[in-house]
Write a protein that binds this ligand. Structure first.
Ligand code: S3P
Length: 171
């Protein structure tokens, strides 16, 4: 859509395995704007992996650092930003995202989250028990909050499903 004016950053939210990074990268390329990944930016700022940050500092401190990184990133535009799955759960971060960006929830079903997160063992939260059970519980807790995003897009793999196209249509 050549008429599309990206005056606000586009922020992708959703549970681990929603496809935020992959979709975000493709969306940014299609729109010709920079792409940023929240988790990557945190790792760069801390010079540590997310899993190690969780282990050494704990989730609460990670969330605090995540909020600061998000605040910094949201000053940049135009851009597409993929957030870590927990970022939008933080009330302050959510408020900020809602205020300054267009937020997009990549919604998927449990099987999709399980399948996509099983490829790499990089998520500290899923190491604590049975990943499917953890994801099921997180979906129940978080889906009503992700639903507060401005736009919801189906991110399950369907035949010919193009999530990027669906987002562009919805903007
Ligand atoms: C988390 C999601 C992860 C990462 C951290 C915590 C969460 O990001 O920030 O492991 O609480 O949902 P992805 O959603 O990119 O996997």
């Amino acid at each position: 859509r050549p008429d599309l004016k990206l005056t606000r950053p586009l922020v992708l939210v959703g549970l681990m395995g929603a496809g935020k990074t992959t979709t975000g990268r493709r969306l940014a390329k299609r729109l010709g704007v920079p792409f940023k990944d929240g988790d990557e930016e945190i790792e760069e700022a801390a010079q540590m992996r997310v899993a190690d940050l969780f282990e050494i500092y704990g989730e609460e401190e990670f969330r605090d650092g995540e909020r600061k990184v998000m605040q910094r990133l949201l000053n940049e535009r135009p851009m597409v930003l993929a957030t870590g799955g927990g970022a939008f759960m933080n009330e302050e971060t959510r408020k900020l995202v809602k205020e300054v960006s267009t937020s997009i929830w990549l919604k998927a079903d449990l099987a999709t989250h399980v399948r996509r997160t099983s490829r790499r063992d990089t998520r500290p939260i899923l190491r604590k028990g049975n990943p499917e059970e953890i994801l099921r519980k997180l979906m129940k807790e978080r889906d009503p909050i992700y639903a507060q995003a401005d736009i919801t897009v189906d991110s399950d793999d369907g035949p010919h499903r193009d999530t990027v196209q669906a987002i562009i249509k919805a903007l």
